[in-house]
Design a protein around this ligand. Sequence first.
Ligand code: FE2
Length: 426
Amino acid sequence: MFDLIAKNATLPDGQTGMDIACKDGKIAAIEAGITAEAKDVIDAGGNLVSPPFIDPHFHMDATLSLGRPRMNVSGTLLEGIALWGELKPVQTVDEIVERAMRYCDLAVSKGMGAIRSHVDTCDDTLKGVEALLEVRDKVKDYLDLQLVAFPQDGLLRSPTALENTKRALDLGVDVVGGIPHFERTMADGAQSVRISCELAAERGLMVDVHCDESDDPLSRHIETLAYETQRLGLQGRVTGSHLTSMHSMDNYYVSKLIPLILEAGVHAIPNPLINIMLQGRHDSYPKRRGQTRVPELRDAGVTVGFGSDCMMDPWYSLGKADMLDVAFMGLHVAQLSSRADMAWCFDAVTVNSAQIMGLEGYGVETGCNANFVLLQAKDKIEAIRLRAHRLAVVRQGKIIARSQPVKTELLTGDAARSLDEAQTAT
Ligand code: FE2
């Protein structure tokens, strides 16, 4: 007797008509025509069953704070940071927890299985850290939350940031962050990268640095991050988030840089929605896109995952916790339009990001955790095209969210009829 069987599923690799049987929180079997009984059955109807969506870059301490204490008028990254600085002293732990829990509900309904959230450590009270540690514990049965100690105002530039970052790590924050391009000088930025990596090496942790999030073609912190990763033997445990300056760098220099990133085993996390919104703001026309060099990094062998970064906060007024929106934007901005490239964008919000976060037991395969999402779409490309509706979300072999297929009753012409958007192209 299985706990759950999802019948007639299409798998991410394209196999159709497969049944996925779950037992004791794991995927026990995947094959066609499983006849054994189960306590619960999902009819997948030939739709795609994907492993959960993974958001490897988010700011849960700021989410859903839009308009508090005011709106970002210029729309720039720097006004966003200033605005966040106004909100930090007036918000409470309870308020941060309440907003974060609302976000987690929304994220789970969209099939999210794990989130890496940065949490600001440039607040001597560490309110955000206290709040998100509480949230991490509250949601652990249905969502993996990994926290990054993030010195938003600069590890060295903000007088107490280094001490607070160490305190946050002592309290149980998982990953060491940084923001070298926001330090006062390029030298301070390099020094901050060295300190972040040394902290991680001493404590056996991962590193995820907001790195070169600017349009400055001469920003060089990713080079330092790759160097320190090598020096300290942190290969595979370090991520450069954003890397937007790589968009504007000299091509010859990038031809040297990408092999260094690969050699160091440093991962890359562009955040397409936010990068296309915030970068190029000082340009007239032509206006740079500001997304890092996604296909070039990928083709070299660097693991690239897409993050969402923000939802309804000082930096971004939109968003709905939907990683398919992120994949859709990343696909367009990087012009990843071939069939293989579009399918890869789905991997960038699932398997690649799971690998970057170091998640174990991830995937729709026998022996993996019984965590998956049933989408109202036949394959990865259709899922991105439609930002497909989530029909069911399964965690540890239990259905934790479900909804009816989206259909519209059309009343044009002679006879009323039902339109399923997913069927219009077939
Ligand atoms: Fe960020």
